[in-house]
Design a protein around this ligand. Structure first.
Ligand code: FAS
Ligand code: PHB
Length: 394
């Protein structure tokens, strides 16, 4: 096979890139290791920044998003048994976020790609990339029991943290930055109506908890748990009781979550990771293939979208003018935004989670920081600006 842009991975980064390129008249082929049902049901992110929403609309994937997505103008912080709302539009000059699950984004982009895009091959596992620093890199993949190749002008690794594209950046030029956190999240999906209008992030001496949602009848909830936790150790009753305990405040005594059937329970490790540079020769990295953030700041999916928006512009400029200027600046352009999001995600994670090994002094520092956010419009604006998403690089 031969194409202009070979895209490894049919997650949100790969699919959005394929759509943006298609709309600009740039040919691509998407190779996805898993089958369609697996990719579409994989529970991941839930919050879209405005720039991500705009890109999905531009890609032609905004119709169901605009119908079923839930605009949110703020979040609630609970700490010291009190609640405090962060008002996004008031603090950011009008910005907000959209609650629309990554599973739905993937379904919308997959349907579009199959209906009117270039080839999207499922169960096509990429085994390696040859000639990254030549003019026609070759992607090797296995599909329908056959070893095949895809010759490209450019290759983009959108294959996530466990993909193969990162290996195209030789160790001699690659720098990896990473941090593993001393706790994980137990995430549940429940057929229970959210009894809250906006997301609740709770700091408590029992540990962090987050109340999110997928629809007016489906709750998405997370509990901080020790690394290595077995979800099987958490009965439904234990999950609900612990969530209620961590969200408890004196402002609303007796406040409780609505309970319902838990349909999914999984433990998610927390890590930060950045691979620099996000390019080698004619192979580019985008999304989780290049960077990982702990989900506390709701940045993962949005960073992936930002990468491919920048890269789609660069590849389009190259095809239209032959100029590689934007391609040459891609890595530096994206890494500035990546590191800002890495810091924000680190800030949200270390301020809201109580690590069993932390000292009483560190807990008081967390509470002092949260109190600062609750009482200073400047501190609150810093959180609101980062959460709703900083402007994309032009
Ligand atoms: P993805 O990992 O989504 O997609 C990569 C794709 O490449 C996958 O479909 C994979 O099958 C495919 N692939 C891998 N190797 C391949 C190969 N060799 N050949 C072909 N295809 C290959 N972010 C949040 O903001 N909030 C959250 O709550 C949140 N929860 C998360 C929970 C989990 C368990 C994980 C892992 C991540 C979570 N994230 C969350 C982050 C997540 O949303 C990512 O940021 C987002 O999926 C990034 O999208 P992609 O870069 O497309 O990578
Ligand atoms: C989610 O809805 O899955 C979600 C929302 C906000 C986060 C993390 C996850 O910070």
């Amino acid at each position: 096979m031969r194409t202009t842009v070979g895209i490894i991975g049919g997650g949100p980064a790969g699919l959005l890139l394929a759509r943006l390129l298609h709309n600009a008249g740039v040919e691509s082929v998407v190779l996805e290791r898993r089958d369609r049902a697996y990719v579409e049901r994989r529970q991941r992110a839930g919050i879209l920044e405005q720039a991500t929403v705009d890109a999905l609309r531009e890609a032609g994937a905004g119709e169901r998003l605009d119908r079923e997505g839930m605009p949110h103008d703020g979040i609630e912080l609970r700490f010291g048994r009190r609640a405090h709302r962060i008002d996004f539009p008031a603090l950011t000059g009008g910005r907000s976020v959209m609650v629309y699950a990554q599973t739905e984004v993937v379904k919308d982009l997959t349907a579009l790609q199959l209906a009117e895009g270039g080839p999207l091959l499922f169960e096509a596992e990429v085994t390696g990339i040859d000639g990254a620093d030549t003019g026609s890199p070759v992607v090797r993949f296995r599909h329908e029991g056959r070893e095949r190749t895809l010759t490209c002008d450019y290759v983009v690794g959108c294959d996530g943290f466990h993909g193969v594209a990162r290996d195209a950046v030789p160790e001699s030029v690659r720098t990896v930055y990473e941090r593993t956190y001393p706790y994980s999240w137990l995430g549940i999906l429940a057929d229970a109506p959210p009894v809250y209008d906006e997301l609740i992030y709770a700091h408590s001496e029992r540990g962090f908890a987050l109340a999110s949602m997928r629809s007016p009848s489906v709750s998405r909830l997370y509990l901080q748990v020790p690394n290595g936790t077995d979800p099987g150790d958490w009965s439904d009753a234990r999950v609900w009781d612990e969530l209620d305990a961590r969200f408890a405040t004196d402002d609303a005594p007796g406040w409780k979550l609505a309970r319902g059937r838990i349909t999914s329970k999984a433990v998610l490790p927390m890590r930060s990771h950045v691979t620099e540079p996000m390019r080698h020769g004619r192979v580019f990295l985008a999304g989780d293939a290049a960077h990982i953030v702990p989900p506390t700041g709701a940045k993962g999916l949005n960073l992936a979208a930002a990468d491919v928006i920048v890269l789609a512009r660069a590849l389009t400029a190259w095809q239209e003018t032959g100029s590689t200027g934007l391609l040459d600046s891609y890595s530096d352009t994206c890494l500035r935004r990546v590191w800002r999001a890495e810091h924000f995600s680190y800030f949200m994670t270390t301020t809201l989670h109580t690590d069993q090994a932390q000292s009483a002094f560190e807990t008081r520092l967390q509470l002092a920081q949260l109190e600062r956010v609750a009482t200073s419009p400047h501190a609150a604006a810093e959180l609101a600006e980062n959460y709703t998403g900083l402007p994309l690089p032009r």
